[in-house]
Design a protein around this ligand. Structure first.
Ligand SMILES: Nc1ncnc2c1ncn2[C@@H]1O[C@H](COP(=O)(O)OP(=O)(O)O)[C@@H](O)[C@H]1O
Ligand SMILES: [Mg+2]
Ligand SMILES: [Zn+2]
Length: 512
């Protein structure tokens, strides 16, 4: 007796259909289940789980030989999400579930040995896919029901265990489908940010640099001794970036769904991500990897901020691999099982001490490092990566007493409103060019939109000569000056804008 049901797997950021065929031939004396279409270890483990879950719940595999086929067979799939559809297909093969019902249902879920349904990754794209395929119902583990129900035109049922799934398909148990109003969730989340720049006292220069970085989409590096508030500043950057649009929020949520990073019952991420991987992170952890490619930190930071604290401590090759995604806004991972592309348009914020001991240039504590140590430390950050960082800002220590007395800083909402206005100017300028921020300008756009006036030009020449700035600093300064002018709603780049921009190139100065 042949039974068919549907499941789904993830490739990159999309889901595709997996057909689960169960053929209970009844031949042979021993009860035997063969699974084809999965890697060997996955098959073995899945068979054990399915068998045990069925028996624990009082269901017995069909007598004689049963073959389970997962198609397409040639695509490498992960095993655990097919446990539930395999079990339900086998129960259907014994006439214990109506086959017509199984035909219009898509099913994913891992089974524990006692029949509990465990959460699986990627239920948001699976929900949207099932909807597109015209499925009537989708069964998912109950912790994943909310994300799956982002798909509005399909009945999503969250199930807790095998018994409940069977009762549901038999029509013995009435379950309410999970309903999510995505627009409502998005609207409700407005203004829900809970960390705010108002907490940061003083540090006006650093905050100004953050505002410029956010306005122009510039990557930045915070330089300063420990305890000066670099991490505190970095964490607050998402709160001044423009709010995610609903489409951007859905992109972010999709990546988190695939990585298994959504909270239980979470349907939509509405705040820009902030990811801070430790400096011991591997290539795979940062870029994404494993046999079946999974999103890494840079994809989890998509549409948000990735914070690399202690930048010189990261392995050099790890930093090198950031260059390509910084250019393209996406990352492609090639594996034997096929290649996958994940979105990775993030703002890079990094921090480092001025020297290995951290106190170089500090008036409070002497630096104990030799010149050689300091040079080696700084040289660990490759020039190629620095080339993608427009803003370097020195974060000086604030005195304890000063911290106590200072009034609160300006709120994130106020800073954000200026950032949004500057972004609107950029949108008008780059209308339809595929570039959204000054940081992404091509060399020819730089040429046409960043021509400084005469006094600005001579100012820039002098600054380059006086401060001994490298040649690559020139374009960076113009880019930044463009953003500074946009924040002031000025059409032309003036000497004033250039003077400010020059301050944000600390690392280009030969004597820093
Ligand atoms: N400007 C500031 N305003 C308020 N608190 C500050 C400020 N700078 C530092 N702090 C306090 O000092 C702590 C350490 O700052 P942190 O951001 O971890 O420094 P860093 O990352 O530079 O080592 C913060 O958690 C915060 O409590
Ligand atoms: Mg820190
Ligand atoms: Zn030192």
């Amino acid at each position: 007796m042949l039974t068919k049901t549907w499941s789904a797997a993830i490739q990159g950021i999309e889901a595709y259909t997996v057909e689960v065929e169960v053929n209970a031939s009844g031949a042979g004396n021993d009860t035997l289940v063969n699974v084809v279409g999965l890697p060997d270890t996955a098959i073995r483990e899945s068979r054990e789980r399915v068998w045990s879950a069925m028996v624990s719940n009082g269901f017995f595999p069909p007598e004689g030989r049963t073959t389970v086929n997962l198609a397409p067979a040639d695509v490498r799939k992960e095993g655990s999400a097919f446990d539930l559809p395999i079990a339900l297909g086998m129960i259907g093969a014994c006439n214990q579930i109506d086959r017509g019902q199984l035909q219009k249902t898509m099913i994913v879920g891992e089974l524990a040995l006692d029949g509990t349904v465990r959460p699986v990754n990627g239920c948001l794209p699976i929900g949207l896919h099932a909807e597109r395929c015209g499925m009537k119902d989708l069964l998912v583990p109950s912790p994943n029901a909310s994300e799956a129900a982002v798909a509005q035109n399909i009945n999503v049922y969250g199930v807790d265990n095998l018994q409940q799934a069977v009762s549901l398909l038999r029509g013995e148990e009435q379950l309410e489908p999970t309903r999510i109003d995505v627009n409502d969730l998005y609207e409700q989340a407005a203004g829900a940010d809970n960390i705010d720049f108002a907490d940061v006292k003083g540090q006006e220069t650093a905050k100004r640099a953050v505002e410029i970085a956010a306005a122009g989409g510039h990557n930045m590096l915070l330089l300063g001794p420990p305890g000066t508030g670099k991490s505190m500043l970095a964490k607050r950057i998402p709160s001044v970036l423009p709010r995610l649009t609903l489409d951007e929020a859905l992109e972010v949520t999709r990546v988190h769904s695939i990585g298994g990073f959504l909270e239980k019952n979470q349907a939509l991420i509405t705040e820009r991500p902030f990811r801070a991987p430790h400096h011991t992170v591997s290539d795979a952890g940062l870029l994404g990897g494993q046999t079946i490619p999974r999103p890494g930190e840079i994809s989890l930071a998509h549409n948000g901020v990735i914070f690399l604290d202690e930048l010189p401590e990261f392995k050099r090759n790890v930093l090198e691999v950031l260059r390509q995604p910084l250019e393209s806004g996406s990352v492609t991972i090639s594996r034997a099982g096929g290649s996958s592309t994940f979105p990775a348009a993030f703002m890079l914020v990094s921090a480092m001490n001025p020297c290995p001991c951290g106190h170089y240039g500090s008036v409070q504590r002497p630096c104990r490092c030799t010149q050689g140590q300091i040079q080696r430390y700084r040289a660990r950050v490759s020039g190629a990566l620095l080339d993608r960082i427009d803003i370097h800002v020195e974060v000086a220590p604030v005195q304890d007493q000063e911290l106590l007395n200072r009034p609160d800083g300006e709120s994130s909402a106020d800073i954000r409103s200026r950032v949004v206005a500057a972004r609107e100017r950029q949108n008008e300028r780059f209308d339809g060019d595929g570039v959204r921020t000054n940081a992404q300008m091509t060399p020819s756009q730089l040429h046409s939109f960043c021509e400084p006036d005469e006094s600005a030009k001579s100012m820039l020449k002098n600054a380059i000569a006086d401060l001994n700035l490298s040649a690559r600093a020139y374009d960076r300064i113009l880019r930044l000056a463009r953003t500074i002018a946009d924040l002031e709603n000025e059409k032309d780049i003036s000497a004033q804008h250039v003077i400010e921009a020059v301050q944000y190139r600390s690392l280009d100065r030969q004597s820093w």
